[in-house]
Design a protein around this ligand. Structure first.
Ligand SMILES: Cc1ncc(COP(=O)(O)O)c(C=O)c1O
Length: 359
């Protein structure tokens, strides 16, 4: 079976540091956590980075940092993983679904503007499948309306727009290090931002509500433990060093697929020269007349693992039942997109030849 995902990390790369950690017995809040955190700041260009257990916990903390409360409206990109809306819902706030472009799969600026009301308190822009295309345009709209912009960059570490890396564009950015991501720590996430006003919030809230005064904990607030262990940070450090090379090689694979599949009527997710796209997930729209689910089944029978692009959040059972506001483009994309295996050594020729048999 040609797997959809292959992690860019091996045991050999981490074994020395793992041995060191086991020998020292120092499993959390140590030097590797600090190094990984700092390296994320250096890599993204953001002034501040914090680690979290996932993008989901990172997004929740970002909303809390912005004081999003029950009844507030938060506009979210509708083509994403459900966590993007779940974190809003979890706080009792109301996710308002902005439709996405059928070409780039990212939030439509005019739909965002139409949906801003006096109740809107924040916007969550999703880098769909890792692509930040259009985020600066969305940022301008947010600035015009004095709305904070959260970037759900769960998939976007390694991407940039206009030479500015994801993590250094929005007011707050959240990353995921889940195994489906280019950089994985098994589970994990990060929060980045530039404005120092958020520092006390994250310092205290991500430390059980404590400040440390003269070596003693003073619990000045309630807080959380969303820490990432030392072992996982070693994994992160190793992959971050090679991330730019990984991005380059994935773009070469993307080009090979595009060359072979465009004549068959498949349309690759549109990017532009203004962005660096990390190709987190290589997604194509299937040609008219092809049933995506049947194609996925056919490819599986031929030893190739593929999956859908991603989800139309407003069309999931929960959000459809609750808000009845299904967005047309996101709905179309959920049904008509497919993700192909994309990593070094993948047999693009076999995959695209197999697809041509189906087409
Ligand atoms: C766009 C987006 N946001 C949020 C998440 C949630 O990430 P995590 O699994 O790290 O919580 C994902 C996961 O796939 C995602 O793709």
């Amino acid at each position: 079976m040609i797997k959809l995902i292959k992690p860019y990390i091996s045991f050999e790369e981490v074994q020395d540091e793992f041995k060191e950690i086991f020998e020292s017995g120092w499993f959390t809040k140590g030097k590797f956590v600090e190094e990984f955190r700092e390296e994320i700041e250096v890599y993204t260009g953001a002034k501040h980075a914090y680690l979290a257990t996932s993008a989901t916990t990172a997004l929740t903390m970002a909303l809390k940092a912005l004081d999003i409360k029950a009844g507030d409206e938060v506009i979210v990109s509708d083509f994403s993983f459900p966590a993007t809306a779940n974190v809003v819902e979890d706080l009792g706030a109301i996710p308002i679904f902005a439709d996405v472009s059928l070409e780039t799969f990212n939030m439509l600026a005019d739909d965002l503007e139409r949906k801003i009301t006096s109740k809107t308190k924040a916007v969550i822009f999703v880098d769909a499948l890792g692509s930040p295309i259009g985020i600066h345009e969305i940022k301008k709209i947010c600035e015009k309306h004095h709305l904070p912009l959260i970037e759900d960059g769960a998939c976007a570490l390694g991407s940039s727009e206009f030479g500015i890396r994801c993590g250094n564009i929005a007011d707050i950015t959240c990353f995921s290090f889940h195994p489906r991501k280019l950089l994985t720590t098994g589970e994990g996430g990060a929060i980045t931002f530039n404005d120092a006003k958020f520092v006390p919030f994250f310092d205290v809230k991500l430390n059980h509500g404590a400040v440390v005064n003269e070596g003693k904990f003073d619990f000045v607030d309630y807080g959380y433990n969303y820490r990432v262990p030392e072992l996982q940070c070693v994994m992160g450090i190793k992959q971050l060093k090679k991330l730019d090379d990984i991005v380059k090689s994935r773009n070469i694979i993307r080009d090979a697929y595009t060359k072979a599949l465009t004549p068959l009527g498949f349309t690759v997710q549109k990017v532009s020269d203004d962005i660096v796209y990390n190709v987190q997930s290589l997604v194509f729209k299937v040609p008219d007349g092809i049933d995506r689910d049947e194609l996925v089944k056919f490819l599986k029978e031929n030893g190739i693992e593929t999956t859908i692009g991603t989800y139309c959040l407003s069309g999931t059972t929960y959000y459809r039942n609750k808000y009845n506001s299904v967005q047309a483009n996101a709905y179309y994309l959920e049904a008509n997109t497919i993700t192909f295996p994309c990593y070094d050594g993948v047999n693009v020729k076999y995959i695209t030849d197999t697809i041509s048999l189906y087409s």
